[in-house]
Design a protein around this ligand. Structure first.
Ligand code: FUB
Length: 326
């Protein structure tokens, strides 16, 4: 990593470029370890990232709170601190995993997975780990968020990695990852505090690999369902409806060295892929740690997504790019 940084700085200086500092991972102003970025743009025009937060040298994804960051140029970020912690919950004490967020009816929502118990990797039958999805509400995009239900949305099936998509007609759809429940969707009640009806198992066109961390967005009347396939390779499907049927479209980003939770969002006319990488930065840990990063994402004329490569520069020239578009 250090070698890369030195090299890219040297290349920058020699080539006389004005923007010379690699922006991946994103600079959140501290040594904080973040993962699972969920990007949203609210009415104030800033980009908000809702992330999970790894403890230093964490062993088995024991995670305690969720952070919010915001920026108007994707280079200078403000850490608004933890908007919610498992200490604020009565029904979970761990596994503050990949969150999502929404704005509806004048309120900001944090949709979060959390749980309790322990996963026994040697003797899975002895595992007591359980996870569900909660909803917290705030008047501010940065929290503090307050548990709005006092429990999970449901107890069965086991569920995590929620992704909430609100369509142009105001209908909200919840996608998630869980045991025997992948590729399901649930329509949410208007206040986002409960699920309307049953889960609907979507038609994925016959291809349903192992996955986690789904994400759904819409562009030019095409719905995109993106996910880390086998938890590592970012791939996607498209559809004309948020409930499918979906058509598999292939790889967005190849595997690196660990899970790769992501989100895709348009900001000031540019499409951005937020994701995390496992890197060794200022770390005394044996293993690499997770850091949130960003890349530009481009579409072909037919709506398919061009493959994205991980870069050091990321979106460092975002301000220049949007000026060119203006
Ligand atoms: O951060 C904990 C878990 O790791 C997330 O929920 C998954 O998507 C994976 O990134």
């Amino acid at each position: 990593m250090k070698k890369y940084l030195l090299l890219s700085t040297l290349i920058c200086i020699l080539s006389g470029m004005t923007v010379c500092f690699a922006q991946n991972p994103l600079n959140f102003g501290s040594n904080i370890r973040t993962a699972d970025p969920s990007g949203h743009v609210w009415d104030d025009g800033r980009m908000y990232l809702y992330t999970s937060h790894d403890e230093e040298c964490q062993e088995d994804f024991w995670m305690k709170d969720w952070h919010t960051f915001s920026s108007s140029d994707l280079v200078n970020w403000t850490d608004h601190g933890p908007g919610l912690s498992v200490d604020d919950l009565t029904w979970a004490d761990n596994y503050a995993w990949a969150p999502d967020a929404a704005y509806k009816n004048g309120k900001y929502y944090l949709i979060f997975p959390a749980g309790t118990g322990v996963k026994d990797r040697q003797n899975p039958e002895k595992s007591t780990k359980w996870m569900g999805i909660g909803v917290a509400v705030s008047d501010s995009p940065t929290g503090p968020f307050h548990d709005a239900i006092g429990g999970p949305l449901w107890r069965e099936p086991y569920a995590n990695d929620p992704a909430l998509f609100i369509d142009d007609d105001g209908k909200a759809y919840l996608y998630f990852h869980g045991t025997n429940s992948d590729y399901s969707v649930a329509e949410m009640a208007d206040d986002l505090l409960s699920v309307k009806g049953d889960f609907y198992k979507m038609d994925m066109g016959g291809y349903e690999p192992k996955m986690e961390g789904p994400w759904v967005f819409k562009r030019n009347a095409i719905y995109y369902f993106t996910m880390p396939e086998n938890n590592r390779v970012l791939t996607y499907y498209t559809s004309r409806s948020p409930k499918g049927p979906w058509q598999y479209r292939g790889v967005i980003m190849e595997e690196e060295n660990g899970n790769n939770h992501h989100s895709i969002v348009e900001y000031k006319g540019q499409w951005i892929l937020f994701y995390h990488r496992w890197l060794n930065i200022n770390s005394k840990c044996e293993k690499t740690q997770r850091h949130v990063t960003a890349e530009y994402l481009y579409f072909n004329d037919d709506g398919t997504i061009q493959p994205v490569k991980r870069t050091q520069r990321g979106v460092e020239d975002f301000s220049l790019k949007i000026r060119e578009v203006d």
